[in-house]
Design a binder for this molecule. Structure first.
Ligand code: ATP
Length: 336
């Protein structure tokens, strides 16, 4: 029987608790002992942990956040701290550690693997969906839902005032959230890493498209969904730029941290549950340095190295769909 530890690291994501729950319940089912390290890699360095028992995880499937807390831990880049973390795991006779987090956390696992001889299993938990080797990460579906819910409300007020809104969504340096949220909320424009040329070209395209829409529809609402970390100096600047370039008045709206919180949607709860059980199976089967993913509704194991080194591409069909909806051909005629 094994001692298994779990931690959550990086940005919290709805469904992390569902993953903690299923890992714990599956491990207890087979008679293993489960430890929860607190505050991500900080907990490993500080030897801060709790025992995870059935009653601690039984009723958390619907809760956002993470009962194990999360953290960014730059100290973990230091090899001495990685060794300290490995020593703490060894002192507790931990046979396997499950890390629920994003690709940054998986880099932490690659580093820890140099010092720790136990098994290391990753579960993709981030709202950004920017982890390769899995179609979706735990938390992404909920974040899309939360953002759409908010944007639908913004649409109402934008309609009432016939205004242009620029709405910033999270995603760090990838466009999964922006593109999915943009399409599902019926935004007139989605500005994301995958279709971004340069600020000059984008400004011209956006301004022309807004004017084109106004000519066709008359005054109406117009929503631009923009990925964070994309427009130089942020969306306030994009609004200023549109004002200065084309005399278009826009209202900026940053959705921010609401996208990380809330009760996970069923898809995240179910996927997290499947992944948690698969993580324990992987441990029982002696696996290490693998991430549990889900591809085409089937659970898969991929090397952590692969998940970290390959940049997952946004689905081309989505980009095409958004481009068609933007009526690029019409825009091209105007550009001539
Ligand atoms: P999200 O993208 O959802 O925020 P993430 O896991 O990518 O999640 P990061 O902040 O990038 O979040 O990484 C989480 C933690 O992983 C870092 O705070 C650090 O402790 C650890 N980490 C990241 N990169 C490395 C590295 N190269 N070496 C050691 N540890 C690392």
């Amino acid at each position: 029987l094994k001692n298994i530890a779990i931690l959550t690291s990086g940005g919290d994501a709805p469904g992390m608790n569902a993953a903690i729950r299923s890992c714990t319940l599956a491990a207890l089912h087979y008679g293993h002992k489960v430890f929860g390290f607190l505050h991500g890699f900080k907990g490993l360095i500080n030897n801060e942990f709790i025992l995870l028992e059935e009653q601690k995880v039984r009723d958390i499937i619907h809760c956002g956040g993470t009962i194990l807390k999360s953290a960014r831990c730059p100290e973990f880049l230091d090899e001495n701290n990685q060794q300290l973390a490995a020593d703490h795991l060894d002192n507790l006779n931990i046979d396997a550690l499950i890390v629920i987090g994003g690709d940054g956390s998986f880099c932490g696992m690659l580093a820890l693997n140099k010092h720790y001889k136990g098994q290391l299993i990753a579960l993709p938990g981030t709202i950004d969906n920017d982890v390769d080797g899995t179609d979706h990460t735990i938390g992404f579906a909920t974040a899309v839902n939360t953002a759409i819910d908010a944007i639908d409300k913004i649409r109402d007020t934008a309609d009432a005032f016939e205004r242009v809104f620029v709405i910033e969504v999270m995603g760090r340096h990838s466009g999964f959230l922006a593109l999915n949220v943009g399409i599902a909320s019926g935004a007139e424009q989605v500005i994301t890493f995958e279709n971004f040329k340069n600020p000059g070209v984008e400004l011209q395209n956006i301004a022309e498209h807004i004017k084109l829409c106004k000519e066709k529809r008359g005054a109406s609402s117009y929503l631009i969904v923009a990925a964070e970390n994309l427009w130089p100096q942020g969306i306030d600047q994009l609004c200023n730029d549109l004002q200065n370039y084309a005399n278009i008045t826009c209202t900026p709206c940053i959705l921010g941290y609401i996208q990380r919180g809330g009760s996970p949607v069923p898809k995240d709860r179910i996927m997290a549950t499947k992944m948690g059980v698969a993580a324990i199976d992987a441990i029982i089967n002696g696996k290490t340095m693998v991430m549990i993913g889900e591809v085409s509704a089937t659970i898969v194991e991929v090397k952590i190295k692969y998940a970290v080194r390959h940049k997952k591409q946004v689905n081309g069909d989505l980009l095409m769909a958004q481009n068609s909806i933007l009526d690029i051909a019409e825009l091209a005629k105007i550009n001539k």
